[in-house]
Design a protein. Structure first.
Length: 339
């Protein structure tokens, strides 16, 4: 008996063949002419397009018959549960999808569908983005780049990361990689994690570990604050005017979690006052970031278009994870990254 696997977002042909090679029982269906073309490497949404009536008929047939889905179907997000009625498992290409699944009602509309995410796949690129932002602010790189544009030669003194305190809110695989890189630069590292029972601080690369209830007590220590927590009711606008005031003058915020974690008007106020020296932002409350947003014109802000996690290596790593999970699925074993 064959198991039908439908790939619903663009994937390089060599990775499709790797998936096919996992097991002879798999019928791997990949029809790129029915999918959005990628805008860049590892783009899982693609350029908006419209299928012909014949193509749409074919696509709906494939959705209805698939046992396993590789990624969300971006063309049918709203009615996906009514179309993929045979689906038993979906491997997503993103990590923080639990909120999206709940918001779409997939958990209730498809109670028998198992979801696995891509947690850990983006740890290195996201951690590198955080380190880049910390170094840029420490070394005054934003001003250097502005001076270069106008051919202005003005010497200055930067600062070192050593002995600075890095606070990481959300100590999953990404947060631990951020802390590990911080340790390489001799930073003092503090983690905030929802469940700290039995935690090994050395394994997590932190000197101290706290729960979210201790956030206000920890913020005064944060020279650099990295947010990588998921968006939940508890974390929504977790950083507001009161929280920014608790941080040391001259500290830096880096947000690679979700835009909803931050009260953006409060952050703008803190940046304009100079209390917060800078912000490296990869995520925003509204995306794409509106052209009217003050962030675009602020000299102490790095605006990144929600791309810190995306690299040329991403699809390979997701394919590695998917192939391992396929083996586990076929063997009746527990899969990795269950949501």
């Amino acid at each position: 008996m064959s198991v039908k696997v439908l790939i619903t977002s663009y994937l390089e042909p060599e990775f499709v063949e790797r998936i096919r090679a996992v097991d002879s029982r798999l019928e791997v269906i990949y029809e790129p002419e029915l999918l959005a073309k990628p805008r860049y490497i590892a783009d899982h949404k693609g350029i908006p397009f419209t299928r012909t009536p014949e193509q749409e008929k074919r696509w709906l047939e494939l959705l209805a018959s698939a046992d396993i889905l590789y990624d969300f179907d971006q063309s049918h997000l709203d009615d996906f549960p009514e179309l993929a009625t045979n689906a038993k498992w979906m491997q997503t290409s993103s990590s923080g999808v639990a909120r999206f699944i709940a918001d779409q009602g997939y958990d209730k509309r498809m109670p028998n569908l198992v979801f696995t995410n891509a947690a850990g796949i983006h740890a290195q690129p996201l951690a590198e983005f955080c380190l880049m932002a910390m170094i840029m602010f420490n070394k005054g790189s934003l001003k250097v780049l502005e001076d270069q544009k106008v051919k202005k030669w003005e010497r200055y003194a930067g600062t070192d990361l050593s002995n600075k305190t890095l606070v990481v809110v959300g100590l999953g695989q990404v947060g631990q990689e951020v802390a590990r890189l911080g340790k390489q630069f001799r930073m003092r590292t503090i983690g905030i994690k929802r469940n700290v029972k039995g935690a090994n601080l050395q394994d997590m690369f932190v000197d101290e570990l706290y729960t979210p209830q201790d956030l206000h007590a920890v913020l005064p220590k944060a020279d650099y604050l990295v947010l990588i927590a998921p968006h939940t009711d508890e974390t929504s606008k977790m950083m507001g005017e009161k929280e920014f005031a608790l941080m040391p003058k001259g500290s830096v915020l880096i947000n690679i979690g979700r835009g909803a974690l931050v009260d953006e008007p409060a952050l703008i106020k803190a940046l304009n006052s100079g209390h917060i020296a800078g912000a490296g932002l990869d995520v925003f409350d509204v995306e794409p970031l509106p052209t009217s947003s003050p962030f675009w014109d602020m000299e102490n802000v790095i605006v990144s278009p929600h791309s810190a996690s995306t690299t040329n290596n991403e699809n390979k790593l997701i394919t590695d994870l998917f192939c391992e999970n396929l083996k586990r699925y076929l063997a009746g074993e527990e899969m990795l990254n269950l949501i």
